[in-house]
Design a protein around this ligand. Structure first.
Ligand code: IFM
Length: 481
């Protein structure tokens, strides 16, 4: 039985256009990807500052130093959100702005930025949805050992208390971590993300301590927030499919599902690491030493919502011995596999259209994922906290950005959400990734995911045609007929 708080709001009633009344129509960003102001008001480097400033790690040597300058332009950005009619804005809080060394008291100037941002949102009638951790670990904590070190979870709990103390009166929806799979498996497995390590044992240790950080974070949030506040975690659940019906491919899919999904959903939603995961990875890490008594109880504490991020499915087959170890599985090319404990798996693209990330456009994957999670945890409300696509957008001589491919992508995926709801899944909101073009991690500024185009030379914002289309969807409360 999934641990869901009994005070969780009742399931909303069906609305007019297939989406329930009260459905949150939003857009997401993350601190390091949009804020800039990397050294202002006491902020110190996070692992992403260090990584992006390391030659060869990020395309074109791009960094988040300035990004979309959201730190200075948030008022203009909130005004644009209001114009689009957004019901909610999902942003993340930069840990090194609040606790430059990852420990100790809060820097009030850092908290003030988020106070100003949330006040501006509330004044515009937009619900703030705060994520506490979207990958920007203070560098000092990485120097002390990073996520493979148990103490980092405790540091996260302290940081959570500082942010909840400052914003608890005005933020109604909280997310502990965004996509801990990326933090653990891309950060410590393949190393295509900060801190760029590739150590199999550290990867699994990081996964457990991220789970623990989530659990401790929820405990702290619950002790400080009003009863009405909702807590959640956002997972980038992989919609894993076997390429063929052969037993070998099914086995590859099982192993990827274990280290891609169930390493998080197991302890968080079911209170235990799955037995097959423990067996697959026993040669890499000593789980008995790693998981302390009481950890699973902490990790599986009740939450109110599960955030689901989806872009494309993960299609796998069994690979010849070693053949699957050098890959680009859509998470960035690396000679080190992020899939710690699931070697010898080959990755495949679904046929058909691709985005600029070379990710297959596959809305059925979102439908299936929502249905699968909804059926496994029927009492847990879901929220699509990220979905969207990068395309090679450009400004026309008339100063417009036309992005019909993005409109088609979002349309088909929103229709998948609508169908999942119609078939009985409790989905409470949809957040477009992203509000703005931004720093796309190891791809730098080369990939544009925004509904709003950012001219990085001038920081001018130009709403793309998809932004105007999304505004119309929000206005109608559903898709055009
Ligand atoms: O930009 C990222 C975001 O930070 C996390 N989810 C996936 C997005 C697109 O790659």
């Amino acid at each position: 039985m999934t641990a869901v708080r009994s005070e969780t709001t009742p399931r909303p009633t069906p609305g007019g256009a297939g989406f329930p009344t009260g459905f949150l129509w939003g857009a997401s960003t993350a601190a390091y990807q949009v804020e800039g102001a990397a050294t202002e008001d006491g902020r110190t480097p996070s692992i992403w500052d260090t990584f992006s400033h390391t030659p060869g790690k990020v395309r074109n040597g791009d960094t988040g130093d300035i990004a979309a300058d959201h730190y200075h332009r948030f008022r203009e950005d909130v005004a644009l959100m209001k114009e689009l009619g957004l019901g909610a804005y999902r942003f993340s809080v930069s840990w090194p702005r609040i606790q430059p060394t990852g420990r100790g008291p809060a820097v009030e100037r850092g908290l003030d930025f988020y106070r100003r941002l949330t006040d501006e949102l509330l004044a515009a009638g937009i619900t703030p949805v705060a994520t506490l951790y979207h990958w920007d670990l203070p560098q000092e904590l990485e120097d002390a050992g990073g996520w493979p070190l148990r103490d980092t979870a405790e540091r996260f709990a302290d940081y959570t208390a500082l942010v909840a103390g400052a914003l608890g009166d005005r933020v109604p929806v909280w997310t502990t971590l965004n996509e801990p799979w990326c933090s653990a498996f891309l950060g410590y497995g393949s190393g295509v993300h900060a801190p760029g390590r590739h150590e199999p044992a550290a990867t699994l240790r990081a996964a457990h301590h991220l789970n623990l950080a989530h659990g401790r974070g929820v405990e702290v949030l619950r002790s400080l927030l009003p009863e009405s506040a909702q807590t959640s975690i956002t997972l980038n659940l992989h919609q894993v499919r076997a390429l063929t019906s052969s037993p070998e491919d099914a086995e590859a899919a099982r192993r990827i599902d274990a280290v891609g999904n169930r390493v998080f959903t197991g302890p968080i939603l079911d209170g235990a690491y799955p037995q097959d995961l423990l067996e697959d990875t026993a040669r890499i890490v000593d789980w008995d030493e790693l998981v302390h008594e009481g950890d699973l109880k902490t990790i599986s504490g009740p939450i109110d919502l599960l955030g689901v991020n989806y872009y494309t499915p993960t299609i796998v087959s069994a690979a010849e011995d070693g053949a699957g170890d050098a890959r680009d599985d859509g998470h960035g090319a690396s000679s080190h596999s992020p899939w710690t404990g699931a070697e010898d798996v080959a990755f495949h693209l679904a046929p058909g259209e691709r985005t600029a990330m070379n990710w297959a456009v596959d809305p059925e994957g979102l439908y299936t994922l929502l249905r699968q999670v909804g059926e496994a945890h029927p009492e847990l409300p879901l929220m699509v906290t990220e979905n969207g696509a990068a395309f090679d957008d450009y400004v026309s001589p008339e100063g417009r950005v036309e992005d019909p491919e993005r409109i088609a992508y979002v349309h088909s995926h929103l229709d998948a959400v609508r169908r999942a709801i119609a078939d009985g899944t409790d989905v409470r909101g949809y957040f477009l990734w992203s509000l703005l073009d931004n720093f796309e991690w190891s791809y730098g500024y080369a990939k544009r995911f925004g509904a709003i185009y950012v001219d990085y030379a001038t920081q001018k914002r130009i709403p793309k045609s998809s932004a105007r289309w999304y505004a119309e969807v929000i206005r109608r409360g559903g898709l055009p007929a």
